[in-house]
Design a binder for this molecule. Structure first.
Ligand code: ADP
Ligand code: MG
Length: 251
């Protein structure tokens, strides 16, 4: 569904994406993992057309997104790491604006998260007055609103309280069952345990591996994603080594 071919991106001298080639298909929940600054958000933004790569191609349903304009984005629900909104607009106004732009049948919309997060009772609040957590809830509700066939969630649980985080994970699980392609970046690996079908590991802009979860579990003998990744990356990534050491001392 999304095919990425020899993608490169530099910010001045910094190599943010280094020759990434990968493919994501329907029904997959791909966990995008890697240390801070490894290029996760940059990769996500190039898929969305928000960051322009220096070279390489991205295909959405076999069409080069460069030639697609932005129409393909109607098929993607995106929850940004940091949501930026018109700050004087109220939550209610923001949702009506989005609905007017997309112009989809009212009956087809998914208000589940809006309801579960009680956002309707806050419709009159301007965006600038919201706490970080509430802003995240708004971003989450927007991502799911139009029942997109592709969901891209950038650090979705960061900043959410534990209960709201569980609500979101449950929602992602349900959506997974409907065959939606879901791409989640997170460094809270325990959040990904019940969701992941495939893992893409980035380090310094390079893809270290792209593997099916079952294969990772077999290769490492570990069920939990955090432990399995720590084993795989042992000797490669200082952060993974540290996790691995901590796990050892806790045994
Ligand atoms: P991650 O999401 O994995 O934490 P990012 O994709 O946000 O990593 O960043 C990858 C690298 O690119 C980091 O070193 C970051 O500082 C740099 N970077 C990201 N966006 C910009 C930008 N707009 N200008 C300059 N450097 C950037
Ligand atoms: Mg990021």
């Amino acid at each position: 569904m999304i095919r990425i071919n020899h993608l490169n991106k530099k910010f001045k001298k910094l190599i943010a994406l280094n020759n990434i080639t990968v493919q994501f298909d329907e029904g997959q929940v791909v966990s995008l993992i890697g240390p801070n600054g490894s290029g996760k958000t940059t990769l996500i933004k190039t898929i969305l057309g928000l960051v322009k790569p220096d070279s390489g191609q991205i295909y959405f349903r076999d069409k080069n997104i460069k030639q697609e304009g932005f129409t393909y984005r109607n098929e993607i629900g995106y929850m940004p790491q940091i949501g930026r909104y018109p700050e004087n607009m109220t939550i209610g106004q923001l949702f009506s604006l989005l609905k007017n732009i997309r112009n989809k049948d009212e009956n087809s919309l998914d208000y589940d998260l809006l309801k579960q997060y009680n956002l309707v009772s806050m419709y009159d609040k301007p965006m600038r007055t919201l706490s970080g957590g509430t802003r995240q809830k708004v971003s989450a509700a927007i991502a799911f609103l139009f029942r997109p066939p592709v969901l891209i969630l950038d650090e979705p649980t960061a900043g959410l309280d534990p209960l709201s985080s569980e609500v979101l994970k449950e929602k992602i699980l349900q959506t997974k069952k409907e065959g939606t392609l879901i791409l989640i970046s997170s460094h809270i690996l325990s959040d990904l345990d019940d969701l992941t079908t495939d893992v893409m590991y980035l380090q310094d802009g390079k893809m270290k591996f792209f593997k099916n979860l079952a294969t990772i579990q077999e290769d490492t003998g570990e069920i939990k994603l955090g432990k399995a990744i720590a084993r795989l990356m042992k000797g490669e990534d200082p952060a993974a080594n540290m996790i691995s050491e901590i796990l050892k001392t806790n045994r």
